[in-house]
Design a protein around this ligand. Structure first.
Ligand SMILES: *Cc1c(COP(=O)(O)O)cnc(C)c1O
Length: 233
């Protein structure tokens, strides 16, 4: 029997709480971002009705269409997270609309965000995307490049770096990703203590439908979950 989006949200929240308990963590320190890419505004509205306020989108154009939709435009507390690769010519259309950009994956992109944010007199909150398993199909910094990149980006006054984001490889066995999550969490705990301007490393965005419980056990503070809530795409 098919479950509703509201039921899925409830079940996932329960699984998050259980995984947190196994790791001796407080579940209130773990935020769920519902990944709504390719799904209609009606699905987002239904999730919102079930208490979900943070939504993740991969494409600027699709995100903006949903933000402006009749159904969703009046929901003042809804939060939009950009989680997909951003082309520099799309940056301007995102400024002032996103609660958090998870996918800052190059210095060139940071430069463009700084330029557009300064023009609009806003500060943009971002995470640095890390290519944790060195996959050629993925964007992001390698771990060994990240501190230097973070130092460079810390000079941009209209960008605030709040943490790190990664997508682990697709796998049928979530245990396969445990070492990746562990490695990223260790790096996160290390880089947190480095003093950098405009930087407050407090968010670790990792864990998706297939591996979020392992991610919670390994220190994730933000989960990006789509399929498990909204069904397959
Ligand atoms: C699509 C996507 C997700 C969600 O993936 P699911 O497997 O559907 O949970 C999370 N993060 C990013 C960057 C994505 O593109």
């Amino acid at each position: 029997m098919q479950t509703t989006i509201g039921e899925n949200i409830k079940a996932v929240r329960r699984q998050i709480a259980d995984a947190a308990a196994r790791a001796g963590r407080d579940p209130s320190g773990i935020k769920l971002v519902a990944v709504s890419k390719t799904k209609p505004a009606e699905d987002i509205y239904e999730a919102y009705g079930a208490g979900q306020v943070a939504f993740g989108e991969n494409y600027a154009q699709e995100m903006n269409a949903k933000i402006e939709s009749d159904l969703l435009s009046g929901l003042a507390d809804i939060e939009w997270h950009m989680i997909g690769h951003i082309q520099t010519n799309k940056v301007k259309s995102l400024i002032g609309k996103t609660a958090l950009i998870h996918s800052l994956d190059s210095i060139r992109l940071a430069e463009e965000i700084q330029k557009q944010a300064q023009k609009a007199s806003v500060t943009v909150d971002v995470l640095l995307e890390i290519n944790i398993a060195r996959e050629s199909s993925k964007y992001g910094f390698f771990i060994e490049e990240t501190e230097e990149a973070a130092q460079a980006i810390s000079a941009y006054r209209n960008i605030r770096v709040l943490g790190l984001m990664a997508s682990a490889p697709y796998t049928d066995n979530p245990e396969d990703n445990r070492t990746h999550f562990k490695q990223l969490n260790e790096f996160f705990l290390d880089i947190r203590h480095k003093k950098m301007d405009n930087t407050r490393m407090s968010i670790l965005s990792m864990g998706m439908s297939g591996d979020f419980e392992v991610a919670v056990e390994e220190g994730s503070t933000m989960l990006r979950i789509g399929t498990r809530l909204f069904g397959s795409r």
